[in-house]
Design a protein around this ligand. Structure first.
Ligand code: BTN
Length: 233
């Protein structure tokens, strides 16, 4: 048990640890979400880990949110393959099933070159705090069986290692393809929201080089929301 696996990795970096370190916690007492939010977990029920990555010149930093989301999506989609439930990636990198959040990802810079990617997945929890109840789910609520956390974690790490290895070899296509599949919006009419603007058009592609909607290209870093036109979020 640690307050946050993000902070655990940060202090190991201070002790000299380098890329590819994975820190897994059975429980976090102070898990952090994006935008300063709290990440709630149930002791011994969920998956939480952080991985230390150094893109260097091998792949763009902007690939990381896509890479981690694609890995989580692949793992979840495989796990739910024989069920009636469908996973999708919600921009930038939440993984939802039946429009409820199953997993979240927090990516934080560590110094100038390193990134700490933290992944949290609801695995065996049956209850959520009132404010999260209507918008959260867990694997066990979906499959109706008690899940083997270690097996799900192993599957998730396998997907992650595969995509990180490809990226480090200079191949970004598997990530771009996996992320696009999870997002499920390529070729659809979408609304892109940036801090200054909203723009509607057909989504042509999403990659670290840009979110291309019609004739316009947005840097992934400036896109706050990307949703199907007329379809809520
Ligand atoms: C979000 O959806 O807001 C991101 C949630 C990220 C949670 C994970 S759990 C492992 C790692 N440690 C943390 O404190 N947060 C991330």
């Amino acid at each position: 048990m640690v307050p946050s696996t993000q902070d655990a990795v940060r202090s190991l970096v201070e002790q000299g640890e380098t890329e590819h370190l994975v820190f897994v916690a059975s429980h976090q007492t102070n898990g952090r979400g994006r935008q300063g939010r709290v990440w709630h977990q149930e002791p011994g029920q969920d998956i939480s880990f952080s991985v230390l990555l150094e893109p260097r010149n091998r792949y763009p930093d902007l690939l990381l949110p896509m890479l981690t989301a694609a890995a989580v999506y692949e793992c979840v989609a495989k796990h739910l393959m024989h069920t009636r439930h469908e996973a999708r990636i919600k921009w930038p990198n939440d993984v939802l099933v039946d429009e409820r959040k199953l997993a979240g990802i927090l990516i934080e810079a560590e110094g100038k070159k390193l990134w700490i990617a933290g992944i949290g997945m609801n695995v065996n929890r049956l209850e959520f705090p009132k404010e999260l109840r209507a918008k959260s789910t867990s694997l066990t609520l979906l499959t109706e069986v008690y899940e083997d956390r270690a097996a799900v974690l192993a599957e998730l790490l396998r997907s992650l290692v595969k995509l990180v290895t490809e990226a480090e070899d200079g191949h970004t296509e598997p990530v771009v393809a996996g992320f696009g599949k999870g997002l499920g919006l390529i070729g659809e009419r979408v609304v892109v929201t940036t801090s200054t603007d909203t723009h509607t058009g057909v989504l042509a592609s999403v990659s670290p080089g840009g979110v291309v909607v019609g004739e316009s290209r947005f840097s992934p870093g400036e896109v706050r929301a990307l949703v199907r036109a007329g379809g809520g979020d």
